[in-house]
Design a protein around this ligand. Structure first.
Ligand SMILES: *[C@@H]1O[C@H](CO)[C@@H](O)[C@H](O)[C@H]1NC(C)=O
Length: 144
């Protein structure tokens, strides 16, 4: 029992971390944000990008990417201490539609994006930009 102190402290730490409210343990997690081009090709050739997507936060600009059908634009983020992390995107479907949307908002997404591999899943489709909490059921959160 001489070693009680060296066991007790880490144990106490571990137990108190497990009991932190969810929102206070967020800074542990790395979230993955995925945006997939699921637009129909219509008249455009398959190898030619038909979606242009630019995303940024206050501190980080991921840049604009030209995406072909099926391509996945992905990046990671942690939630800042103030829980104000926000990634904003502009999507342009060549010659057809434009839409801006929030790809990650700390207090909107902390829970729903922790369901499936810490991932926020977005799918850009003919009628809008869909979100999925599980990469299986999809909801048109930002109609064009
Ligand atoms: C989501 O599901 C599709 C198949 O339905 C799969 O190809 C893709 O890799 C999955 N994405 C992730 C990030 O798991």
């Amino acid at each position: 029992m001489g070693n009680l102190k060296s066991v007790a402290l880490p144990l106490l730490l571990a137990v108190s971390i497990m009991h932190l409210p969810f929102s206070e343990s967020l800074w542990f997690f790395n979230y993955h944000i995925h945006v997939t081009n699921d637009l129909p090709l219509l008249n455009s050739p398959p190898g030619k990008p038909n979606l242009f997507l630019g995303c940024k936060s206050k501190n980080k600009d991921i840049g604009e990417r030209a995406m072909v059908k099926g391509q996945d634009y992905t990046w990671d983020t942690k939630i800042n201490f103030a829980q104000t992390t926000l990634f904003f995107c502009n999507a342009r479907w060549e010659g057809r539609k434009r839409r801006s949307f929030d790809a990650f908002v700390a207090n909107r997404d902390d829970r729903r994006c922790s369901v499936y591999h810490m991932s926020c899943m977005w799918s850009v489709r003919e009628d809008g930009i869909y979100f999925s909490p599980n990469n299986a059921s999809w909801f048109n959160e930002y109609p064009w």
